[in-house]
Design a protein around this ligand. Structure first.
Ligand code: MN
Length: 235
């Protein structure tokens, strides 16, 4: 079975209970798709990042904190969220090492933002402050509730995976792709023009989505298909 690496976020419950964690929604999503999830904790040295990327067959960049805007040449605005430098550092090295190996990457929420920034793009630091006329991208209600539509670009890898030009998704983000990184294409947008998915054509599988399929796959076919497509691409 294919090993699917997962980046995680910092958890600190007590002094004794702190470290790296990723929600079970992701790991169950990988399991149901036929892959074996492997959490990649903080603390890897560069040679160890190379070794873990030799072993895993694909990578999921999970949701979480804001990317440090210094990486795209901006000072932080007042509405910036929490930044996690240790996580930025590990995920940037993971993306680079996976791409050297032409292995599949799926970026989820923060993950699409990481992919865009690592490859030379930039972000809106805060959609409500910076995108005029934006719809609500921070839904109020259960995480599995489908709050807005996205238009899927014809001919994109994403449209091939979900088999539709329009899907409904959930939305829990205050940032989004601003300047697209070189060589990427936009594979989905909302009615306000916010970029909801990007991909790198000519690369075996490198896709970022701004929504949270890990909270949807249980009931939503297009979300389940994303996990399955990643595990298939890992093979
Ligand atoms: Mn959204």
């Amino acid at each position: 079975m294919k090993l699917i690496g997962l980046s995680g976020t910092t958890i600190s419950i007590t002094e004794e209970l702190e470290g790296t964690t990723a929600s079970r929604h992701y790991t169950d999503g990988i399991l149901q798709a036929g892959g074996l999830p492997v959490l990649i904790p903080y603390g890897y040295e560069s040679n160890q990042v190379q070794e873990i990327c030799d072993r895993i067959d694909a990578l999921i960049l999970t949701g979480g904190e804001d990317v440090n805007p210094a990486f795209y040449g901006e000072d932080p605005i007042g509405a910036i969220g929490t930044v996690n430098p240790e996580r930025d550092d590990l995920e940037f090295r993971l993306v680079t090492a996976m791409m050297e190996r032409k292995k599949p990457i799926l970026g989820i929420c923060r993950g699409i933002q990481v992919l865009n920034v690592v490859l030379g793009g930039s972000l809106y630091q805060d959609i409500p402050k910076q995108v005029r006329g934006a719809i609500s991208h921070r839904q109020k209600g259960p995480r599995g509730y489908l709050s807005h539509r996205v238009a899927v670009a014809a001919g994109s890898k994403l449209s091939e995976i979900v088999g539709s030009q329009e899907i409904w998704v959930n939305s829990f983000h205050h940032q989004s792709v601003k300047e697209l990184a070189p060589h990427f294409i936009v594979s989905a947008t909302t009615s306000d023009g916010v970029i909801e998915a990007i991909e790198l054509p000519k690369y075996p599988f490198l896709l970022g989505v701004q929504w949270h399929p890990e909270n949807l796959w249980q009931k939503n076919e297009s979300a389940a298909l994303l996990f399955r497509a990643l595990v298939e691409a890992a093979g």
